[in-house]
Design a binder for this molecule. Structure first.
Ligand code: IPE
Ligand code: IPE
Ligand code: MG
Length: 248
C-alpha cells in the first residue's frame, strides 16, 4: 500500500501551509553555493503543489521569502528574486493545465518591479481557475501583516463608524492579507528547525504543526503525504475535552 492510499479522503486538511527551509544547508552539504539549493528547491515546490492538488487540498500557502530575508547577502537576495521571476514564468502553463489559482500575501509593493509585474500577470491569468489555490508568501512577515491591519483600521476609523466593541476576530481578519482564506489546518516546516519565523502568527492559533528533518530540496510527494497522515492521526480539540469531541 502506498502512502497516498493511506490518506483518508474524508479527513483532509483544507489548508496546508509550508515553511520551505534548508536550501542553503542542502547545497553546502553537496559542496555548492547556497543558491544551488534554492534552484533545487523549485522541484520540491512543483511536487508539493502536485501532491496537494492530487489529494484534494484546497489551499496551499508556501513561505517563499520573509521580510527578514532582505538581510541576507545582496548576491543571494538578487539570485532569489530572479529565480522567483523565472519560476513564475516557467510554471505559468502548468498552473493553468492543473487548474491552480495563484494568490500572494505579503508586502508585494516592496518587491522589485519585475517580480511584481510577473506576479500580477499570472495571478490575473489564473484568477478563474477552480482547483487548488496556491498562495505565495512573498516579502511576508506576520508582524508586518498585523501592524498593517491595525494601521488600516485606524485609517478607516476616520471615515467609518467603527465601534470598539465590534472589533471581533471576524472583523480583524478582514484586514489581514489572508481575508477569505481559511486558517491553515496543518503547518509543515522542513530542515529540523522548530520555529515559526514570523509566519502567519494570527492564523496558526489552532493549526497542527509538523516538523521534519528533511531539507527542502529533498522534500517530495511522499514527504507531503507523511505529513498528511500524521495530521489525520491527531485529535483537534479546540479547547474542548476529548470526550466532547468523540461525543461520549
Ligand atoms: C529556505 O532555505 C529558503 C528561503 C528562506 C528563501 P534557506 O535559504 O533558509 O536554507 P538554510 O536554512 O540556510 O539551510
Ligand atoms: C523562513 O526561513 C522563511 C522562509 C522559508 C521563506 P528562514 O531560513 O529565513 O528562517 P530563520 O531565519 O532560520 O528562522
Ligand atoms: Mg533557513
Amino acid at each position: 500500500m502506498s502512502l497516498k492510499d493511506k490518506i483518508d479522503g474524508t479527513k483532509l486538511p483544507v489548508h496546508v501551509a509550508v515553511i520551505m527551509d534548508g536550501n542553503g544547508r542542502w547545497a553546502k552539504k553537496k559542496g555548492n553555493q547556497r543558491i544551488f539549493g534554492h534552484k533545487n528547491g523549485v522541484k520540491a515546490v512543483r511536487d508539493t503543489v502536485e501532491a496537494a492538488g492530487e489529494i484534494g487540498v484546497k489551499y496551499l500557502t508556501l513561505y517563499a521569502f520573509s521580510t527578514e530575508n532582505w538581510n541576507r547577502p545582496k548576491q543571494e537576495v538578487d539570485a532569489l528574486m530572479s529565480l522567483l521571476v523565472s519560476t513564475i514564468n516557467s510554471e505559468s502553463n502548468t498552473l493553468m493545465e492543473n487548474n491552480v489559482r495563484l494568490k500572494s500575501i505579503g508586502d508585494i509593493a516592496g518587491l522589485p518591479k519585475k517580480v511584481q509585474q510577473n506576479l500580477s500577470e499570472i495571478i490575473q491569468k489564473t484568477e478563474k481557475n477552480t482547483g487548488l489555490t496556491l498562495i505565495l508568501a512573498l516579502n511576508y512577515s506576520a508582524r508586518w501583516e498585523i501592524l498593517n491591519a491595525i494601521k488600516n483600521i485606524v485609517i478607516d476609523s476616520k471615515t467609518k463608524d467603527i465601534e470598539v466593541n465590534n472589533i471581533s476576530n471576524d472583523f480583524f481578519e478582514k484586514y489581514l492579507n489572508t481575508v477569505e482564506i481559511p486558517d491553515p489546518d496543518l503547518l509543515i516546516r522542513t530542515s529540523g528547525e522548530y520555529r515559526i519565523s514570523n509566519f502567519l502568527i494570527w492564523q496558526i492559533a489552532y493549526t497542527e504543526l509538523f516538523f521534519t528533518d528533511v531539507l527542502w530540496p529533498d522534500f517530495n510527494k511522499e514527504e507531503f503525504f507523511k505529513a498528511i497522515i500524521s495530521y489525520q492521526k491527531r485529535e483537534r480539540r479546540f479547547g474542548k475535552t476529548s470526550e466532547q469531541i468523540k461525543n461520549i
